[in-house]
Design a protein around this ligand. Structure first.
Ligand SMILES: NC(=O)c1ccc[n+]([C@@H]2O[C@H](COP(=O)([O-])OP(=O)(O)OC[C@H]3O[C@@H](n4cnc5c(N)ncnc54)[C@H](OP(=O)(O)O)[C@@H]3O)[C@@H](O)[C@H]2O)c1
Length: 266
């Protein structure tokens, strides 16, 4: 019989690495850590083994590949493991005007944030339902609560993640399997620089959480059986404001925050 394991995508740095560490330490389960670049991934895996004494299985894999779920499953099986908790964390942002991005860049965002997350969820949910245990944590964003001019495709992708996860958590209620979405506001990682958003107003005006704080909040929310986990104090407050403010007002405000500062001075 196979043993339970954690599977974390995008685990070589940022929020994924922090979640892998906290969940591995709390559960003691072996953790499969996935990212594309093997060097930082191997180093991240070693750091978790050293700190928490758990088995780590680094898997260098682009999860947008069509056979990603099968490769993960086969690698787990080779270690006598199954996915008890899947954490769909890998994601990419995209800052700037929508029309200014080429098709391949937008397609890559949809492939990773939407398609890969959906197919991994489906693949591993089937086994969890059969075992009547475990669950899936999808990493969304505070951005999933509103349209986001200048990060339009990214915000839309996170609205999809929230919608899919909330629907599935309802569909699977009582099955022994738990699904939840985590919706952090800004977090201090390399993510913002990668999408060219460090010049945006929100980076100056909004406080950013640490990845560790997000990981601990995710663990607490998971243990408490929350369907939507909103780390910190600021994030739940903002999400309430975003839900009660009419979009006629909200969307231009979000757009102003996401716009690059030099574009306004222009
Ligand atoms: N940072 C924030 O402010 C913030 C706020 C709310 C939500 N989030 C969400 O939180 C998640 C993690 O964000 P982060 O800030 O930790 O990002 P990050 O620091 O940029 O890390 C991204 C991770 O994903 C991996 N990755 C990227 N593309 C991949 C692919 N195709 N296949 C496998 N792995 C891939 C990266 O490693 P490789 O490059 O080696 O593949 C890296 O490990 C994302 O879903 C993001 O949307 C972030």
């Amino acid at each position: 019989m196979s043993r339970p394991a954690l599977v974390v995508t995008g685990a070589s740095e940022g929020i994924g690495l922090a979640i892998a560490g906290v969940f591995a330490a709390k559960t003691g389960h072996p953790v499969m850590m996935i990212a594309r670049r093997s060097e930082p991934l191997e180093a991240a895996a070693r750091s978790i083994t050293d700190r928490h004494g758990v088995t780590t299985i680094p898997l260098a894999l682009d999860i947008t590949g069509t056979d990603a779920a099968q490769i993960i499953e086969t690698t787990l099986a080779a270690h006598g493991l199954h996915a008890e908790i899947l954490i769909n964390n890998a994601g990419v942002g995209l800052g700037g005007t929508f029309a200014g991005h080429d098709e391949a860049t937008i397609a890559n965002l949809i492939d990773l944030n939407v398609r890969a997350l959906t197919l991994l969820t489906r693949h591993f949910l089937i086994g969890m339902l059969a075992r009547r245990s475990g669950g899936i944590i999808n990493v969304g964003s505070l951005g999933g609560f509103a349209p986001g001019p200048y990060q339009a495709a990214y915000y839309a992708s996170k609205a999809y993640v929230a919608s899919l996860t909330r629907a599935l958590s309802d569909e699977t209620a009582g099955s022994g399997v738990h699904l939840c979405v985590v919706t952090p506001g800004p977090v201090e990682t390399a993510f913002h620089a990668r999408m060219g958003a460090n010049e945006s107003f929100y980076r100056k005006l909004m406080p950013a959480m640490t990845a560790d704080a997000v990981a601990h909040a995710t663990w607490r929310g998971w243990r408490l059986g929350f369907r939507v986990i909103q780390p910190g104090l600021f994030t739940p407050l903002l999400s309430i404001l975003m839900r009660i403010t009419p979009w006629l007002l909200l969307v231009p405000i979000v757009g102003w925050l996401l716009q690059k500062r030099y574009a306004v001075k222009g």
